[in-house]
Design a binder for this molecule. Structure first.
Ligand SMILES: [Zn+2]
Length: 131
């Protein structure tokens, strides 16, 4: 009886989530940040800080729910991709990343070479940056 109920519930949930985005790394991070804000808020006695943290935690959780229920899966996927890319670049201590001033192509160059002239691989634009 109970098993049947669970099976029905999961079938309903599956139908509800069909065509929706679901969850990803960005969503887990948003949820985690919301949870942290929620957990640390009781430690702040000042009312404005407390209120702000509560608002942030609710805001983040609503944002995460909105993203997972979104039907615009392409846009959500792109957000997650950008988010992961941002962290990959933070972790990359060997290289620096620059946007080409002309075509916005991202160019990766080795760090610690001083001032160098960079040629964009896409549009051949030359620009000088400190690495
Ligand atoms: Zn370019």
């Amino acid at each position: 009886m109970f098993r049947q109920f669970l099976a029905q519930l999961s079938a309903k949930l599956q139908r509800f989530m069909a065509g929706r985005y679901g969850t990803d790394r960005l969503n887990m991070t948003i949820l985690g940040a919301g949870l942290v804000a929620c957990l640390i808020s009781p430690f702040f006695r000042s009312a404005p800080v407390n209120l702000l943290l509560t608002a942030i935690s609710y805001g983040f959780m609503i944002w995460a729910i909105y993203r997972s229920l979104s039907r615009n899966t392409y846009k959500r996927y792109q957000e997650n991709r950008k988010f992961l890319q941002f962290f990959d670049r933070l972790k990359d201590r060997q290289h620096r990343y620059y946007d080409c001033p002309k075509c916005r192509q991202v160019v990766r160059v080795p760090r610690g070479k001083g001032k160098i002239a960079i040629t964009c691989p896409k549009c051949r634009e030359k620009f000088v940056r400190k690495t």
